[in-house]
Ligand binder design. Structure first.
Ligand code: AMP
Ligand code: MG
Length: 704
């Protein structure tokens, strides 16, 4: 692991105007507070982001590595000839004094390069410029250069295939232009954070903040494999390289085999020669395998209380899914795989909460206020172009950005106005009827945490905060298999009197869909070990988890439990629960199998009580308990101690829990009659009408 807490990787750009998307600036981050790749349109904004990250790291006492995809030095001999010192950092300072690069990306890099060329003999070393740019000392073609006396490549570049020379300033791969501009910015950054920031390898890598150069193509293969998960290749490169660098011990990469004077003058590419090792850090993470004995019950345990069964299950299981990146519109119902931070404040600027008139509060007082009205108005989407001088007012509509000079709005209903003046009673509280920038959520604030399952309102929040793509857990695939010789899989098929239609599979598949998983229909098999085994084989290939129903007890015809026991991984948990016989838990080729009882009533109760929290954990959204509340009973019942009971229940019109007439676990109509379950405790209890009982509505189990 890295000795850094956080890594930024910056894909720089020499664009002469603001630009986003492909071939513009991308900043990827990994580690503490990692964000989705950012795409600042200008170098000035990129530097502001980087500065903010540095300040945060210094405040938090965390270590930050910032790796730039540019050259930090030039081939040997250049620095000394230009600055009198054979040191790359002297070139940085030289450039910082001469490079101009404004907030709109307008810059003088070609002029500065021509000036450098004038200081070298012959023609060169820099070349490449836009057609029609009249700079005789900067040849348009590399082949026209002669006699400048410098190597084409640095030592580090010679071991990176496809690296472009620093001398090239124009068209594809013009690392030279990017570097001239970046180094000027970085020289200023060094001065600003002196003492807390080092440049590697010229100075070392011990400071809290370390700048290094890297090469995005080091992990080209991994980028290609994952590019579809990102808005563009550049975004994939910075995100993946940041993660790879964070996951790699810097000591393995920070000892380049080059003389100290070369390192001081030419610098070195972090990761050069280590591409394969970096890419290996990105190999799709194999979901952690569960151990074959994870469901084992200690010897001598007979009946397990429900709560103990739940805590054993919780300890045995872990998340099974990897992550993928999805556009916001496709992310509903998914589980966040990383924290979502606001990309912009909401609202981004102060605005008006009402239709009314805006003015500067300081120029008003108590009593009747008469303010001359300016021409025009501020409306949502139509900002007011000029400032509002103190003592005047402007018409403003809900959602409009407050014009310069306005800090307070009076509600239209509280005013009288002709087109020239607005009149209202003072005093008005300063800031009335306005919304502060970021009052809802401030930029950078945690909007939603990792592990959260996205509901429709969450999509509104994330969209409002400018979060376009989300890292989410891959959907958990859950297979459903019904077993039993008497079962006919489809109610469209005829059934003889001794046969029954499969009621569990439609119920379980739909339950899973509603919980946000990908249901996998594994159909029905007869009570035959070979057939069950073959179907479980197919299921383990298609699904992450399998739910079976039927044949899970220990009787003669309980083929599922026999098969799982013979395969050596079964644990039959005898849970002190009604309805529900033993819950069979096993691993089949690494996939957890939940053997639910065949009775539909027991199958549903076991699915809700055991499978639901277990699946939630395996899907990455953490363990979950059903939500319930206490209501008076509308029934009488006496219960012995020793096991927990769930009764099919619904609320009557007085808000009391009524229970289904029969407790028979074959009575499927009671499941459909019910709107939830009443949970009776493990201990004995005597219930009469009015006794408080715990009611768990279906909705609290995620059944819509
Ligand atoms: P088993 O757990 O296999 O002993 O089954 C218990 C009871 O549930 C038996 O009456 C089965 O016929 C019934 N049963 C099993 N599977 C299903 C199913 N998929 N749909 C409806 N009833 C079932
Ligand atoms: Mg059966």
């Amino acid at each position: 692991m890295s000795s850094f807490d956080r890594v930024l990787v910056v894909d720089w750009s020499a664009n002469a105007a603001p630009k986003t998307g492909r071939d513009s600036i991308w900043i990827g981050s990994a580690g503490t507070g990692a964000r989705a790749p950012e795409n600042p349109p200008t170098r000035a904004e990129a530097m502001a982001t980087i500065r903010a990250d540095i300040s945060r790291a210094l405040d938090d006492g965390t270590r930050l590595l910032i790796a730039f995809d540019i050259g930090f030095g030039f081939p040997r001999g250049f620095a000394e000839r230009l600055t009198g010192r054979a040191e790359a950092l002297a070139v940085w300072d030289w450039l910082a004094e001469r490079i101009e690069d404004d907030a709109q990306n307008r810059n003088n890099r070609f002029e500065v390069a021509a000036e450098i060329n004038r200081r070298f003999p012959g023609l060169g070393p820099f070349w490449g410029r836009p057609a029609g740019r009249d700079l005789p000392d900067l040849p348009a073609k590399g082949t026209r250069r002669h006699g400048h006396g410098l190597n084409e490549l640095r030592a580090a570049e010679r071991i990176c295939s496809g690296a472009h020379p620093m001398w090239k300033l124009y068209t594809t791969g013009s690392v030279g232009s990017q570097s001239l501009l970046a180094l000027a910015h970085l020289a200023r950054l060094r001065a600003e954070f002196a003492g807390q920031l080092q440049v590697w390898p010229m100075q070392g890598a011990e400071a809290p903040v370390v700048l290094a150069e890297t090469y995005l193509s080091l992990i080209a293969g991994a980028v290609k494999a994952a590019a579809a998960d990102y808005p563009c290749k550049d975004a994939a490169q910075v995100d993946l390289l940041a993660r790879a660098l964070l996951a790699t011990d810097p000591a393995t990469m920070m000892q380049p085999d080059a003389a100290p004077e070369i390192l001081r003058e030419e610098g070195w590419i972090l990761g050069a020669g280590h591409g394969a090792a970096l890419a290996a850090r990105l190999a799709p993470l194999e979901p952690p395998r569960l151990r074959n004995d994870c469901f084992a019950m200690p010897q001598g345990v007979d009946w397990v209380p429900v709560d103990e069964a739940l805590s054993r299950l919780r300890r045995a299981l872990k998340p099974l899914t990897g992550a993928e990146t999805l556009p916001l519109l496709q992310a509903g119902g998914r589980v966040l795989a990383s924290d979502c931070l606001a990309q912009r404040s909401n609202p981004p600027r102060p605005n008006s909460a009402v239709d009314g008139y805006g003015f500067a509060h300081a120029a008003t007082g108590s009593g009747v206020q008469r303010l001359p009205l300016l021409a025009g108005r501020a409306a949502a989407g139509q900002p007011y172009a000029s400032a509002v001088p103190p003592g005047t007012a402007v018409r403003i509509l809900t959602g409009a950005i407050l014009p310069e000079g306005v800090d307070t709005v009076v509600l239209e209903e509280d005013t009288a106005s002709d087109d020239k003046t607005v009149v209202f009673d003072g005093p008005i509280k300063p800031g009335s009827n306005t919304r502060r920038a970021g009052e809802d959520v401030a930029k950078g604030q945690l909007a939603l945490p990792r592990g959260h399952r996205l509901r429709p309102p969450d999509l509104a929040l994330l969209a409002a905060l400018g979060i376009a793509r989300l890292k989410v857990q891959r959907q958990l695939r859950v297979g459903v298999l019904s077993t039993g010789d008497e079962i006919i899989p489809d109610p469209g098929q005829p059934a003889a009197p001794h046969q029954i239609w499969d009621a569990n599979r439609p119920m379980l598949l739909d339950l899973l869909r509603g919980w946000g998983y990908a249901p996998v229909d594994l159909g029905h098999v007869r009570d035959n070990a070979g057939e069950i085994a073959a179907r479980l084989d197919a299921g383990a290939a298609k699904a992450d988890v399998i739910l079976t129903s039927g044949g899970a007890s220990a009787g003669d015809e309980d083929h599922v439990s026999r098969l799982l026991r013979d395969s050596g991984t079964l644990s039959s948990w005898r849970i002190a629960l009604k309805p529900g016989r033993p819950l069979a838990l096993a691993l089949w080729q690494g996939a957890p199998v939940f053997g639910l009882p065949g009775n539909p009533v027991a199958a549903l109760v076991c699915a809700l009580i055991f499978a639901r929290p277990a699946l939630s954990l395996m899907a990455g959204s953490g363990w979950c308990a059903p939500r319930g509340f206490t209501v008076p009973a509308a029934f009488s019942k006496r219960k012995k101690p020793g096991r927990r009971e769930y009764l099919r229940a619904r609320l009557d019109d007085q808000g009391r829990a009524a229970v289904f007439t029969s407790e028979g676990s074959g009575r499927i109509s009671g499941l459909s009659w019910a709107t939830g379950l009443v949970e009776l405790p493990d201990d004995a209890c005597e219930i009469a009408p009015g006794t408080p009982v715990r009611y768990l509505p279906y909705s609290g189990f995620g059944i819509a």
